[in-house]
Design a protein around this ligand. Sequence first.
Ligand SMILES: O=P(O)(O)OC[C@@]1(O)O[C@H](CO)[C@@H](O)[C@@H]1O
Length: 307
Amino acid sequence: MIHTLTTNPAIDMNIQTSKGELVPDAVNRCQDAVYSPNGKGLNVSFTLAHYGCQSQILGFFGGFTGDYIVEGARKTCSVDPIYVDGITRITVLLRAGQVEYTMPGAGAFVPVEAQQEMLSKVRELEGLECLVTSGSLAPGMEGDFYDELAGVLAEVGADAVFDVSSTHLASLVGKKPLLIKPNDDELRDIFGLDVTDDASALAALEKVHELGAQNILLTMGGRGAYFYNGEHLWRASALPIKPYQTACAGDATLGAFLSVWYENRDAVEDALKRAMATGANAALCPGIGDFARVEEFVAQVQVEQVR
Ligand SMILES: O=P(O)(O)OC[C@@]1(O)O[C@H](CO)[C@@H](O)[C@@H]1O
């Protein structure tokens, strides 16, 4: 079974300013608030659940916000939480007219003892085939937690998938994760690599593969995505949508991709079509979305094997 790990989950609070603008030093009244239990790995689990793939959510949770997320997530997924003393964060996703502001809180402090408890839990999980670790590290955690985690996964023979924005990813790929999912900003900031066309995508993803990542799913928002497996490179088109909020789209893309590809490594085209369609649908909704237009979108995604 796939498990997901979110060290720093969040309630996503989507709001819109009533006047369609954000005015400094003024009272900006807001409307249409939507609250949802989120965090990057949870979003992957919710997406997997939508496609009938069972997964279990792991993470650190604290306070009333942590309880809200655990309770909410349990409506669709199994959750095995570790509780910490602080208060799990809220991410404010504010829309002011055409402008989107994403404001994640810092999150609850995770002491070393809780980190060790998580590593022991992972080591002892029954039926662990793959751990998807997503999102930022909670306060109190350092990049070496990922190294220890990768060590535990290697020890128990489980696959590692990382969708993390930490600069530590540059060395973590040396542990040969099954898959990483950077976006184009992360590829530039962490690996110093830019993608402007097929040739630069191939050069960049070959480089990251040489560093150790077995497979790379590169998401680029409105510019589509590439997938490289060390041998072949595929390009997938983006949907021409007007996003409501882009925050959860990458997680929906990853979850949808895994829901096909993890069990069938040859089904890259189908996996990419579902991934792009699901990501686009998520971008139209608050939270992870309603998956309502996925089938319609699948038919519109163009996937081409470019090498
Ligand atoms: O601080 P992180 O973990 O990078 O990002 C957290 C977050 O913004 O990402 C998710 C969307 O991807 C949201 O559900 C969540 O609030």
